[in-house]
Design a protein around this ligand. Structure first.
Ligand SMILES: [Mg+2]
Length: 131
């Protein structure tokens, strides 16, 4: 006999309240219609993928984005969109809603403390865990 243990995720809401969710609950969020559309198109057009192949495509699109960012504003817009399309396809394949995940991460970002790198970016400061 085996017992399955569900992973629990604790999130802190903007108002400071803590919410405990299961990973199953987080993956039960319906996909954004655009993500669903991209996932269905990808499946019909290319067939069943391996997650590593989807990840490789995202990396390739990121490289294309990097190649144009200093040279061509229109191509930058197009390549940024290509990156997002590949991430939508990957999220659809993995069964989570990318925009919901982005919103949750941004909620957490706004609650974190940050160390500035001085170049317009930064890294969050890891909080000590008090138990
Ligand atoms: Mg591209």
């Amino acid at each position: 006999m085996s017992i399955e243990v569900e992973e629990l995720i604790e999130e802190i809401n903007k108002d400071g309240r803590r919410t405990i969710r299961t990973v199953t609950d987080m993956f039960a969020v319906p996909s954004h219609p655009l993500q669903k559309r991209i996932g269905e198109w990808r499946q019909i057009t290319f067939g069943t993928p391996h997650v590593d192949a989807l990840h490789r495509r995202a990396r390739e699109e990121m490289a294309e984005f990097q190649d144009v960012i200093h040279h061509n504003k229109f191509a930058t817009m197009k390549e940024a969109a290509d990156v997002v399309v590949t991430l939508f396809a990957l999220a659809d394949h993995q069964g989570f809603d990318l925009l919901t995940a982005v919103e949750r991460v941004q909620d957490q970002n706004e609650l974190r403390r940050w160390k500035r790198h001085g170049d317009g970016t930064g890294q969050h400061i890891k909080e000590a865990v008090h138990e």
